[in-house]
Design a protein around this ligand. Sequence first.
Ligand code: CUA
Length: 347
Amino acid sequence: MARSTIPDQRPPSAGRSRVARLARALATLAALGALAGCNGIQSALDPASLDADRLYRLTTVLFAGGGAIFVGVMIIVLYAIYASPGERGWLGSRRTVIYGGVAFPSVTLSILFPYGLLVMRDTDVRSPDALPIEVVGEQYWWRVRYPEDRGRPAFTTANEIHVPVGRPVTISVTSADVVHAFWIPNLGGKIDMIPGRLNALSFTADRPGIYRGVCTEFCGEQHALMAFDVVVHPPEDFDVWRAAQERPGAEPASDFLRRGKELFQTGGCGNCHAVRGTGFDGQLGPDLTHVGSRRTIGAGVFPNNAGTLAGWISDTQHLKGGARMPSYGSLPGEDLRALAGYLESLQ
Ligand code: CUA
């Protein structure tokens, strides 16, 4: 048989334009990704503390330097491939190997390594004046304790950390079960939470805002739903927040809420959860003394309101399967509303 005589239907540029389209799409994606990553409540590229800013600058220098070297090497590789044999003789010369292969990396790394060490020296520095906070990683939430500080009493909360602008903060972390890791990208580096061991991380927030922290070590099936909010306040606002958190849980102000509190008792909620000042002092689950004041429930998973609280109580295992709290699906709707209303009233 003769070769097919059917002419190629594609225009001559089709192959190239497909490559060009693909390249353009990839470039757009990369640019979008880069832009989207630049700022936000959970981004190391949008530093909100002096420490995170140092890490950001170190990252920028290393990335830009590494990028420039990569481009340089690629240009040389392309040159080696496409230049005529007579033109590329210098590539194989002893001098190229000594300067490019030995001297250049030695000098570059000898500068970058001490630079990195200097940044590390100035980052995460303990201050005797720091606000102390203790965080315990649990499957799959965060126990947060504020020890006594400057004459103010200690208190416990959960899944939310508040700090003032301008004052150094030292967060001591550990774990109650498996290895978790603690990371607030906008404020500082990552640190492991290891059972039986205390690690600490210090930073000084330099602008108010709400940021998001996450668990960055796989710790079980709900690792991905283990987050928390970090609220950075102006100093006066932080004092107001602290004073409110130090108070015992609010007494119910209506019959409906009193019914909710009764259900809290009869349902056994107090065996696992504490509401300070009311006799409920369970320590297994999150402290609920001021649960109504928190931004989220389920460790950064759902917005906090009576509706989501009711949904959470009745169907915990569907919303976050593997969490230690069982679903209380048998509560009648009215009871569920009263119970959720009581929790919401714990401001
Ligand atoms: Cu805790 Cu991952």
